[in-house]
Ligand binder design. Structure first.
Ligand SMILES: C[S@@+](CC[C@H](N)C(=O)[O-])C[C@H]1O[C@@H](n2cnc3c(N)ncnc32)[C@H](O)[C@@H]1O
Length: 329
């Protein structure tokens, strides 16, 4: 399909390199190439979930000039890759796109009015540290738009619920919907999982999208793979991942990241470790055993935090709960 925006996305002149992982049952394949070129070569209706964190056009250094287009060229680029993403999605498929404030309104317009996709959620990724401004308010969020290809999309709420704050008969004690404001800190330079990439995203954010909108063995496409966060999450959650990234250095980083031992995702929603203070003797043991199974199974790093909170909340517990904690360790 010819771009409506001229020749911004002719097939790359470099040779396209595709490498498929062997140690993960060929579940991960990564193309070192331009996103639109690769997407054009993929089969329609073949992807269950697209997670896209494109360059925001803010002049970041990704080892090329791609984050510094003029305004209209950036909108054309956006339209080009989004229309491919829509074509590739299955009718039940979902698209998540990260974006900063400068272009978010244009992105929304393209998705809804130009491409006719279905709006589902406007997610605010809230972080607590960042640049300080003196004339205006310091930015503390990025946005993520969630659109679906049709109204018959898949959504697995139980897989992303968070623990309730209080134990109440009228609450759904399977957990609450996590809402559309997601707090995760950036992956700081002192975090052992920090990669040499300027805009690495927290794994916890991607984990939630993957769990909410795909099942095991489904195909997840990340057209702007960067340091490989989506590939790492898919590897751990048994999804097939197709990643595309122009910069070969970032692709190499991703392969090393995938080969490293896994010790838990580098960021988690702290609410997953919270424990209601009002669990009476009758329900407490069952609640705690459910909590471990539902909320902690993908997050070994949260276990200690959860157990510490448990001991604080119920210091005089009649050991049943504590015995249970020990047995599972
Ligand atoms: C915002 S970063 C993605 C970061 C990623 N989510 C992570 O957690 O590391 C965008 C990435 O897209 C890559 N990129 C820019 N233009 C591209 C294009 N046309 N095709 C493929 N990759 C591109 C950049 O090199 C950069 O690594």
């Amino acid at each position: 399909m010819e771009s409506r925006c001229g020749a911004h996305h002719r097939a790359s002149e470099r040779e396209s390199v595709v490498v498929t992982s062997h140690n993960t049952d060929d579940f991960i394949s990564i193309h070192t190439d331009d996103a639109v070129s690769v997407m054009r070569g993929m089969e329609s209706d073949s992807v269950n979930l697209v997670i896209a964190d494109p360059p925001y056009n803010l002049g970041k250094d990704y080892g090329n000039n791609n984050d510094n287009r003029d305004f209209d060229a950036y909108l054309c680029f956006t339209r080009d890759w989004l229309s491919e993403a829509k074509r590739l999605l299955t009718p039940q498929g979902t698209l998540y796109v990260f974006m900063g404030v400068r272009f978010i309104s244009y992105l929304f317009d393209t998705l809804e009015r130009e491409l006719g996709m279905y709006f589902n959620s406007w997610i605010c990724w809230h972080y607590t540290q960042g640049l300080g401004r003196t004339r205006g308010f310091s930015p503390r969020h990025d946005d993520i738009l969630m659109f679906t290809k049709s109204r018959q999309f898949h959504f697995y709420l139980d897989d992303v619920r968070v623990p309730q704050k209080y134990y109440r008969a009228r609450n759904n004690m399977r957990g609450a919907n996590p809402g559309d404001v997601w707090q995760f800190s950036h992956v700081h330079y002192c975090n052992e999982n920090r990669q040499p990439h300027p805009t690495q995203k927290p794994e916890g954010l991607i984990e939630r999208m993957v769990l909410a909108s795909s099942r095991e063995n489904d195909v997840v496409l990340d057209p702007f793979l960067g340091s490989g966060t989506t590939a790492r999450v898919c590897q751990q959650l048994n999804r097939r991942c197709v990643g595309i990234e122009m910069n070969p250095e970032f692709v190499a980083q991703t392969w090393s990241r995938l080969a490293a031992p896994f010790e838990g995702f580098d960021s988690v929603d702290d609410r997953l470790a919270r424990i209601p203070k009002d669990l009476n003797d009758t329900v407490r043991q069952q609640y705690i055993s459910n909590h471990r199974q539902w909320f902690l199974k993908n997050n070994p790093r949260l276990r200690q935090r959860f157990e510490a909170r448990l001991a604080l909340a119920y210091p005089n517990d009649n050991t049943d709960v504590k015995k249970d904690v020990k047995n599972e360790d």
